[in-house]
Design a binder for this molecule. Sequence first.
Ligand code: AMP
Ligand code: MG
Length: 425
Amino acid sequence: MKTLEQIAAELQGYDPQALSADGVNEFLARLVSPVTETETVGIFEALDRVLAQDVISPISVPPHDNSAMDGFAFDSAQLRPDAPLTLKVVGTAFAGKAWQGTVGAGECVKIMTGAIMPAGLDTVVPQEFTTVSGDAVTLPAKLLQPGDNRRKLGEDLMAGRPALQQGTRLSPAACGLLASLGIASVPVARRLKVAYFSTGDEILSLGEPPREGAVYDSNRYTVFGLLTRLGCEVIDMGVVRDDPALLEAAFTSAARQADAIITSGGVSVGEADYTKTMMKKLGDVAFWRIAMRPGRPMAVGRIASEGRSAVLFGLPGNPVAVMVTFLAFVRPALLRMMGRRTLPPPLLRARSVEAIRKKPGRTEYQRGTVSTAPDGTLRVQTTGNQGSGVLSSMVQGNGLIVLHHAQGNVAAGDEVDVMMFDGVI
Ligand code: AMP
Ligand code: MG
């Protein structure tokens, strides 16, 4: 496990007072590592878990060549260019059991979708294209190519070949695929345990009466939702008052139980509270100023307790800054800790309907609403007030317009990158 100092030494031009958003992710990628413990779960419990081992197909899917249509199976060697083909029906192949007969020249077998292709037959003519008269079936000319409407053995998954890679999130499709292989349970990475709490004397918990100068805690609920969506086991530690004993107790208890700790508030420059002091006292923690908006202050490191340590993400206090720093930095780091093999989600390109002022030298994340223009292209409009406390902008918008570090002003009609919320949060 590397210290923050060792990681900092590996990075070119590391300056905790002026980090780029990319620099933050590079640092975090070196700070965190995947959990190694695994457990075996049934397919119904496997949804959204992270596969802990490669899965090799124990069988082929489909297990036999079979028909993709209801129709008549025949040997395509009998097809003649430009001429219809008339064949005699000598039997019927149903799904679920093999048809045992033999088929000679000029013959075919009536076949149902999913039924095993009888030996020697390679093509199926769909029933609706045929003319049937007694036991004779006529196929029109020029309709079929050899192999049409036949599914090949193993065309989906071949026995002995890799089916799923370690680090895959078990999506509904992946769970179905495992089931198609007859696999009833799989090894998955242990769920990541993440403890979180909000800090600040002005923060009210739900149920407390409003008080002058105080605001209700929203970060606890956004962080809870973000973590739950990621499939983490959450440890909710509530609001922790700006009191050294309470903070110490919260940090040490979190470090004992969790893989990661997320706090909000109390990390700004000149913050007159004990949060930063306590982070420094209990761990190896760096305090960053990130060239970004919203966001900027963030504490990162490890908090130790009783021989265990947890990765610390000390997020800023402002509700939008919390969500943005989570999406930009914490989420990729947690995915890595969960053992996920992922690429960053692709950004969408959309035309900005308005001019946006942007200073080069920092990354800005503006809340925007992407929609389809009448000409079918994507356009995006900012949600208006971009204040870092305007949480309604995160509800109103459907994505973050990512204005990159080196980027300057955006003119109306320019294309911008958007990180869509759907599927991410
Ligand atoms: P701080 O980073 O502690 O200086 O907080 C910045 C701003 O975010 C202040 O206006 C705080 O009142 C607000 N804030 C901090 N924590 C929360 C929270 N849990 N819920 C809502 N607002 C918060
Ligand atoms: Mg504060």
